[in-house]
Design a protein around this ligand. Sequence first.
Ligand SMILES: CC(C)(COP(=O)(O)OP(=O)(O)OC[C@H]1O[C@@H](n2cnc3c(N)ncnc32)[C@H](O)[C@@H]1OP(=O)(O)O)[C@@H](O)C(=O)NCCC(=O)NCCS
Length: 201
Amino acid sequence: MSRIRIVLPFLETERIYLRELRRSDAPDIYRYAQSPEVGPRAGWEPHASLDDTYRFIDYAIRKKDFGQPGLFVIMHKADKRLIGTIEIHSYQEHRGEIGFVLDPDYWNQGLITEAAKAVIVWAMEGLELKRLTYCHFPDNLASKRVCEKLGFTFEGVLRNKFLMYDGTVRDDVTYSITDEDYFGGRIDWVERFKQDLFIDY
Ligand SMILES: CC(C)(COP(=O)(O)OP(=O)(O)OC[C@H]1O[C@@H](n2cnc3c(N)ncnc32)[C@H](O)[C@@H]1OP(=O)(O)O)[C@@H](O)C(=O)NCCC(=O)NCCS
């Protein structure tokens, strides 16, 4: 695993911008991380206190010491508000996995799809990934739909893959985008989307 510290770029799209997570983001993240509708769908326990959120942020920032890219926060431009996080995790030289959560007040407006497109462009072109994966639990239909909109290819269901915080295990539905898909023109939104994407390294 690379030990070079990766500095996340600033990414801006039509309705949002993405920037690196900071410790001072804790109160904004805690607002939605308390919700039982958010964390469990992504595999983590709802935060019971602001201290939980600080611990989560400290852990996320520490992962950068071990070569992981770290988390972007998603900022809503019009509302001037932090509305979620998105990251490439499990990064290992040529591959990584995308993961995200959004404040329920902002669901079903296409905002994660917009954020994920920006991160995918950066991951495939900036991190030079050859394989980008995405997983969701079988009953997470919103996540499944996001994955379809992003142009991922279904690979299979990994049985009992994910160990939950309560000790139970869950199947994970797995998808990927390869560099051949991305640069070979098989992801139909890429060229159009890049015209409106601003990346500041
Ligand atoms: C998954 C999540 C990030 C989606 O964010 P979002 O900004 O609402 O996503 P989008 O608006 O881009 O797309 C959601 C799509 O799912 C569809 N959808 C929502 N709920 C659905 C359901 N129960 N069944 C089927 N489709 C559903 C929406 O209609 C929309 O599709 P459309 O654009 O074709 O209408 C958000 O629901 C979330 O944070 N969930 C909790 C955490 C989580 O699940 N993270 C992902 C873990 S893999």
